[in-house]
Design a protein around this ligand. Structure first.
Ligand code: ZN
Ligand code: ZN
Ligand code: FE
Length: 759
């Protein structure tokens, strides 16, 4: 039989071996280009039992997607079961495994005195350890990973060769005798593996910032309970306001910081070990977390240790009464996370006081993944380590496609038969190191998947660096398919749910290049991968200073309010805090139509409303105003709140912003607080978008409604709107495997390009 799915690099063959042995069957198992090939022979009953158990007892990290069986003649005297050397492990069905958090067995090994791996930070087995981040090329074999320089000692070799051992063919298998080593560099001194962790713990307890080489890059670590230390990290990293994530020793210590549901705890403890955004315990409870970690948010990003190094470090920290570290990516401001020791020493030396290093190279970058759990299902903010490059199964078939994604939060996607390989998070291409990483990811993804598509999908925005790269491939004879940004958002969600019929899309986004040359971002569209129609949108408003307004929401507020009440009235309605702003200069820009492109963006509407409350006149990071405005209210308050104004939509489906913005400014001038504004604004948006979806459904005859775009990282809007759509009999669908934000645009691009190539 031939088994397809996630069945390579996850201990599948040893599992088959043991299963066959337990049923006393002869035969063999082998990795092939088509999947895992199994041949068994023995009494019919045992064979049947083997087949049933194969489906029901699969190892935790594997997933069987297809199983084709066929009768073959018995081989005389074949009584033993063997694992055969892999043949042709490259090809269409190869799946590169993602990195896997330390398993319970390995954790027990490193904590058991007397075990030969006691205290060893690179312990792993077939069920856990590094994968994607150490793979140089396929087949996934030690010789082609960054473990190649470490020759296995006889003891490790024996485990590796023993099909009954949990380290059978564990490519990164290592021990203190033969494997990688850690060391700490601090203040011109070097601490070897005997003292490095102990000394690192001491430094962290003393409030020092330590750069720690991890799985997919460096982290910067600091005691999360030490306000001075966290403030120092922020200052040195030039990261003023954006929340920092923490790593905490265990589920128990996490419980003292945040509320954790069952689903959230399984995410935290999963083999992907993402950062999970969890609701903070109410102030006043015993929680001494430094306030500088994450201000003005309702949720704290928490992860658990996911490498042996992390676990051992926390064991040492315990001696100092410490159980929670800020663990933020080791980079300076917006650059990609540092990979190698020299790179880190050079780029992080002004930030970190000490460096905890090791000599196993990180071949591929993978940032920590970030998600939250809503209605028992994940909502990704960043899909990276642990998930990428495990493919998203999208169904269907057609030509291979490379999709190069948008400009911000870039990921790329390689679509191969029914699998979409979405790359790890790449970042904002406007900075050069991220662009280099983008180029590198295209090469490596095509390399490891052994596929160089003839068709390249890119965003219609001519200025995006990803689009410009794509356009340059024309000389190489590639076929190029431009894709509208919000169409891609719609199709990304349809693809992961394998939706077959066209759907309505409520795409609430920051910015995206519209088919009419204006900036879209609050779109009501309908369609599928073949095509889409724009049914409606937010009323376009001029954005003074274009992209500059994104960092200065007060400018956006002036633009929206002027549009709503006119040139004369606007000044009187602006909040007092705008007194020190160059309001008249902005008004002049608007009046003369200088650098003030029209936008229907929902993200900008959030900015305008937030700034009109008098707070958030500047944004220190993307979507700060919108996220902090949301954090002021709750779904409960929003449900009880009164809409700002009653709006009845006309069939043209142009959603007016003027009544909303005017109502907000008026309420603020009457002394309403931002909390009330936030609740009532969310209420209004939910009502308005429900109405819009209802009209769109009537006009189009469709009932599936896709919610996508960066604005839907807003859990109140997402949950409130989903509930509301359900109540009016529509069927809301939201992203679950890929992010709502631009991290999933490449996925949509790929499917659209394939559909167009086939037409
Ligand atoms: Zn393990
Ligand atoms: Zn060894
Ligand atoms: Fe977008």
């Amino acid at each position: 039989m031939l088994v397809g799915g996630i069945v390579q690099g996850v201990g599948f063959r040893p599992y088959v071996f043991k299963l066959a042995e337990s049923e006393n069957l002869g035969g063999m198992v082998s990795n092939t280009s088509g999947g895992v090939l199994i041949e068994v022979q023995g009494p019919a009953k045992a064979v049947e039992s083997f087949c049933n158990r194969l489906r029901s007892e699969t190892p935790p990290l594997s997933r069987i997607d297809s199983l084709v069986t066929e009768d073959i003649p018995a081989v005389p005297e074949c009584v033993h079961f063997t694992i055969e050397i892999s043949r042709n492990t490259t090809g269409t069905n190869t799946i590169i495994p993602a990195d896997i958090a330390t398993c319970a067995d390995c954790l027990a090994d490193i904590r058991e005195p007397g075990n030969r791996r006691f205290g060893y930070p690179f312990t792993n087995c077939t069920n856990c350890g590094p994968r994607w981040t150490i793979i140089d090329r396929i087949p996934y074999d030690r010789a082609f990973t960054s473990m190649a320089p470490f020759a296995m000692c006889p003891a490790c070799r024996q485990e590796y060769d023993d099909p009954r051992h949990r380290r059978f063919h564990a490519q990164p298998n290592a021990c203190p005798t033969c494997g990688p080593r850690i060391r700490l560099e601090y203040d011109g001194r070097l601490f070897d593996e005997d003292t490095a962790l102990q000394e690192t713990a001491r430094l962290l307890a003393a409030g020092k910032i330590v750069a720690i080489k991890g799985l997919g890059g460096f982290h910067l670590a600091v005691d999360a309970f030490n306000q001075d230390a966290v403030v120092r990290l922020r200052r040195r990293k030039n990261r003023e306001a954006k929340p920092l994530a923490v790593m905490t020793a265990s589920l128990e210590s996490a419980c003292s910081l945040v509320h954790i549901s069952n689903d959230e705890s399984s995410q935290l403890q999963s083999s992907q070990a993402p950062i999970v955004l969890l609701e903070e315990r109410i102030p006043g409870e015993p929680n001494k977390m430094a306030s500088a970690v994450a201000r003005n948010h309702r949720r704290l990003g928490v992860m658990l240790p996911y490498t042996p190094l992390h676990h051992l470090l926390f064991d040492h920290l315990q001696n100092h009464g410490l159980n929670t570290l800020v663990m933020t990516s080791g980079n300076s401001s917006d650059e990609p996370i540092c990979l190698d020791n020299d790179d880190a020493r050079e780029k992080l030396n002004r930030i970190a006081d000490a460096f905890l290093l090791h000599d196993r190279a990180i071949v591929r970058r993978a940032d920590d993944s970030v998600l939250q759990v809503l209605d028992n299902r994940p909502l990704f903010l960043r899909r990276s380590r642990g998930f990428a490059p495990i493919p998203i199964f999208v169904g269907g078939s057609g030509p291979d496609i490379l999709a190069v994604g948008p400009e911000l939060k870039n990921t790329i996607c390689l679509l191969k038969s029914d699998r979409a390989f979405l790359s790890p998070h790449i970042g904002d291409l406007e900075n050069l190191p991220a662009y280099d990483f983008f180029l590198e990811t295209i090469t490596t993804l095509q390399g490891v998947l052994e596929c160089e598509p003839e068709i390249i999908a890119y965003d219609r925005h001519p200025g995006y660096l990803s689009s410009q790269w794509a356009l340059k491939q024309k000389v190489a004879g590639k076929r190029l398919v431009p894709v509208q940004h919000h169409h891609a958002h719609l199709v990304a969600v349809m693809a992961e749910h394998q939706m077959k019929r066209p759907a309505i899309g409520l795409i609430m986004d920051g910015t995206g290049y519209g088919d009419d040359g204006t900036i879209w971002g609050g779109e009501i569209i309908a369609g599928d991968a073949d095509s889409f129609t724009r049914l409606g949108h937010f009323e376009p408003v001029p954005l003074p200073g274009a992209d500059a307004a994104i960092k200065a929401p007060w400018r956006t507020a002036v633009g929206y309010l002027r549009q709503a009440v006119g040139e004369e009235a606007v000044v009187d309605l602006l909040p007092e805090s705008f007194g020190d702003k160059a309001v008249s200069a902005v008004l002049e820009m608007l009046q003369k139509e200088i650098n003030s492109p029209l936008t229907s963006s929902c993200g900008r509407l959030f900015d305008a409303v937030a700034a009109l409350t008098g707070r958030w006149s500047e944004a220190h990071y993307e979507a700060q105003a919108a996220m902090e405005l949301m954090a002021l209210t709750s779904l409960d308050e929003v449900r009880k709140a009164q809409a700002l104004v009653e709006i009845t939509l006309d069939p043209s489906l142009v959603l007016p912003t003027a009544p909303l913005v005017t109502a907000v400014a008026t309420l603020v001038s009457q002394g309403a607080d931002p909390q009330e504004i936030s609740a009532r604004f969310h209420r209004s948006l939910i009502d308005l978008l429900t109405q819009a979806a209802t009209v769109a459904a009537q006009n189009s005859g469709l009932s599936d409604v896709v919610l996508a775009g960066g604005v839907f990282q807003n859990e109140i809007l997402l949950t409130g709107l989903s509930d509301s759509l359900n109540r009016v009999g529509l069927n809301p669908r939201r992203p679950e495997q890929a992010p709502a934000n631009d991290g999933s645009v490449a996925l949509g691009q790929a499917l659209i390009a394939r559909a167009q190539a086939e037409n």
